[in-house]
Design a protein around this ligand. Structure first.
Ligand SMILES: [Zn+2]
Ligand SMILES: [Zn+2]
Length: 894
């Protein structure tokens, strides 16, 4: 049987849509994503940030997966047992709202169906749609181990949640208490700060008079929320504010309710804001709550969980919050108590899920004491156990840790991890256990009622690094894969998630959960604006995969990527990435079409001491690049690693080496040994280097290519598990690199002159080359390459001292020599000078227009920064072109 019989024909063009699914299925079938536990080797472990089960793939996910899968593939190819563990988050409030909306379409609320039936509805929803987001993650090529897929509500993670709650409660780190929280009146639950989105809105500042009890006039307070005055239990002033010193400890009369409330002196009051007197509403404002705690003021809640005024609101009971604001302002105006109203802009918190205005409310919730947990987590970063990349985010981390507040754990939702607490109906005992106790530990009663609340979604997320590996059970996975290696996520959840994982990892296992935190930035639209549904500038990654292919989307997202920095995604990046995949495809087609049944390929995989300069050069460059890639990957400079591979493949391999090789292939007799083994070898190694960045096209080409080449000993079955190229110092050849660099420089110089003077591509330009003798030898030997690639005819070569040039000739200075091009008969110098003169005049006019624009104060103050930047870049480009044209003109004249 001949080799040719087994070969697949390589298609003319790369069609990602017809290839990607098949390759992914192949990887899955062969089990490449599942690592083998090998106790002699340290594994590489990355736990994927679990997307919401209700989620749809957005650009943030795509960037996360592109970076994580690239890192994971790199480690796998380096022979480390590599685990990339996927999962989904039950996303308490997000999921509950989705199902509530579904029910609302039939005119029912969750209260109509009741808790048990509602939770059944949510599970049905999860069963039907829960793997949608995971199928989308697969389309990006994520090589995660689906056999270890976890859902936050699975038995394992749920048991980890209860274990942690019970342990921390018994240690006194979890307690129940009355505190201020963000409250959504529509969802009727407490919210975390992350679930509240702030928006600047136009509002009013009302100046309201509170009469002194002793009849000696009044004090005016300024407030944006007059309806909450019904819950006022004091007025606070700064004790250093001379205007009010005599009022401290006296009483004033609360309007409407006519209750006497005290004036207190508190350092936190800003004398500059409003009148310097602050109404204190401890039930609905965090700052006021803190003041009330310092001065023993009562906490009065005036708003019901559904956003209506409650019985403490007196005549306003039953009114909606916003309605109450209007009616109470009317009453105050009628009573002459409103001094004035000023327009005022303020930041208003909205529920992230339903957009309702959030009501800060004091309520009884479960809390976690954070200070003791934060200390070892802070130390882990201080002492280098955990490194945060980029380093500048360590400051943000420390700042949070140093100002940490207790964490509100309970949510008044039905979907999530129900709090493992049972209250006794017959005594005051609070039973906190893993499972429902048979009897109350206090009195033995069997009448127990479970706490109705569920835990904040971030509680289970905080345990994710170890709950996914089986904790609290001590199994093989936990033993081998924990601590994990790198936690990769967006910088925006450093505190909400990463910091909590560090705290809980150390608390539960005694070990920091990972050694590195890698933070990526946001994906912005082409104008540099954050993508959001309300702005309508969201791009759908799945649509882009359909259009450009998964590889191109991933490559575009990681182009220029550096830790912690935001990136703009635009069409030109996507097109450039697709073109790059096509360039690779075409190069591979060229190589394979030449391989045929060529002789001498037996040991293509080990090109030992090649004699030909071109071969020595490309192998030297390949190994230099492999060394650079290794360094950049180790330093988390992924964008740089990608760039050197891109530049090597595009320019050195495709544009130079293949072009040079064509000459040898055309004329094998006179031009030396066949370039085919090296062409094949370098291409195969580039496929390996590039695989983490473009997994699909590289695997497809590799699978086709292996049918064209004699089998390499220990050849892997697939590229995904092929060893990643390492630099071989012995292949580095400084002489070949310098010599070919000189050839390339000369060729580029000739091409530039051809372009500038518009010499027809079919016309060879006669040239003379002057350089040092050792370089002259190289130019002589490489004459065929230079003539073919530069489109020149070398008339003579000679030493540097002899440079001569005349009219109709252009001299180009090289790093170590001079190139003289004779344009006589090829270019009409007079006509060319005239054309360039015209261009110079146009450039002058354009430059004047741009610089006057950039000096125009009104333009500079009104135009967005990006627009001003663009104008500056235009001016810079114009200056550059102008200098160039002047330079050419002076040479034409000389
Ligand atoms: Zn809400
Ligand atoms: Zn009891």
């Amino acid at each position: 049987m001949t080799q040719t019989a087994r070969r697949r024909e390589i298609p003319k063009a790369y069609d990602p849509g017809s290839v990607e699914q098949g390759i992914y299925d192949h990887w899955m079938r062969e089990g490449y994503f599942t690592p083998e536990i090998d106790r002699s080797v340290t594994p590489f472990v990355m736990i994927m940030p679990p997307p919401n089960v209700t989620g749809e793939l957005h650009m943030g996910h795509a960037l996360t997966i592109a970076i994580e899968d690239m890192v994971v593939r790199w480690h796998r190819m380096r022979g480390e047992p590599t685990l990339f563990l996927p999962g989904t988050d039950h996303a308490g409030i997000a999921t509950q709202v989705v199902v509530e909306k579904m029910l609302a379409a039939d005119g029912i609320t969750r209260h109509d169906v009741g808790r048990d039936r509602f939770v059944e509805h949510v599970w049905a929803w999860v069963d039907q749609y829960g793997d949608r987001i995971q199928n989308q993650v697969k389309r990006l090529g994520a090589s995660c181990d689906w056999t270890r897929n976890r859902f936050t509500l699975d038995d394992g993670p749920s048991s980890a949640v209860r274990t942690t709650f019970v342990n921390l409660y018994k240690k006194g780190l979890i307690y129940r208490g009355e505190r201020m929280t963000n409250w959504c009146p529509r969802c009727r639950t407490a919210l975390s700060d992350l679930e509240v989105k702030h928006q600047e809105e136009d509002s009013s500042l009302y100046y309201i008079r509170y009469a002194r009890e002793d009849g000696g006039g009044s004090i005016t307070v300024a407030t944006t929320r007059p309806e909450t005055l019904l819950g006022d239990t004091g007025v606070a002033v700064n004790p250093d504010d001379g205007r009010y010193t005599d009022l401290i400890s006296k009483n004033v009369i609360l309007p409407v309710l006519k209750r006497a409330i005290p004036v207190v002196g508190d350092d936190s009051v800003d004398s500059e804001f409003g009148t310097g007197a602050l109404k204190v509403t401890p039930g609905h404002n965090q700052v006021d709550f803190e003041i009330s705690q310092r001065h023993g003021l009562a906490v009065v809640n005036v708003i019901n969980p559904d956003g209506t005024m409650n019985e403490n609101a007196g005549p306003y009971e039953g009114q909606e919050r916003s309605e109450c604001r209007t009616t109470i302002v009317e009453q105050l105006e009628n009573e002459g108590l409103i001094e004035r109203v000023e327009p005022h802009t303020l930041s208003i918190g909205h529920c992230d899920r339903c957009n309702e205005v959030v009501e800060p409310t004091v309520s009884i919730q479960w809390w976690m004491r954070m200070e003791a947990l934060a200390e070892p987590a802070r130390d882990a970063v201080t002492n280098g156990t955990i490194e945060i990349v980029p380093e500048r985010f360590s400051k943000v981390y420390f700042n949070w840790m140093d100002n940490i507040r207790d964490w509100c754990l309970s949510r008044q939702l039905w979907w999530g991890h129900r709090i493992p607490v049972w209250y006794c109906d017959d005594c005051d005992e609070v039973n906190v256990e893993m499972e429902r106790p048979r009897n109350c530990t206090g009195c033995g009663s069997t009448e127990l009622t479970r706490d109705p609340d569920v835990l904040d979604t971030w509680f289970s997320s905080a345990l994710w690094t170890h709950s996914t590996l089986g904790w609290p059970q001590q199994g093989d996975d936990l033993d081998y894969f924990y601590p994990t290696s790198v936690m990769e996520t967006g910088y925006d959840i450093l505190f909400f998630w990463v910091a909590k994982m560090i705290m809980m990892g150390i608390e539960n296992t005694g070990k920091a959960p990972f050694h590195t935190v890698y933070l990526h930035g946001l994906v912005l639209d082409p104008e540099g604006v954050k993508m959001s549904k309300s702005k309508g500038n969201v791009t759908d990654p799945l649509g882009l995969i359909d259009l450009y292919g998964s590889d191109a989307l991933r490559f575009a997202l990681t182009t220029g990527n550096s830790p912690g920095n935001n990136m703009r995604l635009n069409e030109s990046k996507l097109e450039a990435s697709r073109n790059f995949a096509n360039k690779l495809w075409n190069a591979a087609r060229f190589v394979m079409s030449n391989l045929g049944d060529a002789a001498g390929l037996d040991r293509w995989y080990r090109p030992e001491k090649p004699s030909h300069r071109h071969d020595r050069w490309i192998l030297s460059r390949l190994n230099t690049v492999a060394a650079q890639v290794h360094r950049f990957m180790e330093e988390y400079q992924f964008g740089e690693a990608q760039r050197v591979i891109h530049d090597f493949l595009w320019s050195e391999y495709c544009d130079w080496y293949i072009e040079m090789a064509k000459i040898r292939l055309r004329d094998p007799e006179t031009e030396g040994p066949s370039p085919l083994p090296v062409l094949a070898y370098v291409l195969e190694r580039v496929l390996r280097l590039l695989h983490p960045f473009m997994p699909f096209v590289t695997e497809e080409l590799w699978q086709i290519m292996k049918e064209y080449l004699p089998e390499e000993p220990q050849r892997p079955e697939a590229l995904i598990v092929a060893p990643y190229p390492e630099a071989d110092e012995s292949m580095i050849d400084r002489d070949a690199e310098t010599e070919i660099a000189a050839v390339i420089e000369l060729t580029r110089a000739a091409r530039n002159v051809r372009a500038e003077f518009r010499v027809s591509p079919s016309q060879p330009i006669p040239v003379r080359v002057y350089a040092a003798p050792e370089l002259i030898r190289v130019y002589d030997q490489e004459a065929a390459v230079i003539q073919s690639n530069a489109g020149v005819r070398i008339l003579s070569t000679g030493p540097t001292g002899d440079v001569e040039s005349s009219v109709d000739e252009v001299a180009q200075v090289l790093a170590q020599g001079t190139l003289v091009l004779s344009l006589s008969g090829l270019v009409d110098m007079g006509e060319e000078a005239e054309r360039l003169g015209g261009e110079l005049a146009d450039l002058d006019a354009y430059r004047a227009k741009l610089s006057s624009r950039l000096q125009d104060e009104s333009f500079l103050s009104r135009a967005p920064e990006e627009v001003v930047d663009k104008e500056r870049q235009r001016l810079e480009a114009t200056e550059e072109r102008r200098t160039r044209v002047e330079d050419i003109l002076s040479r034409l004249a000389g």
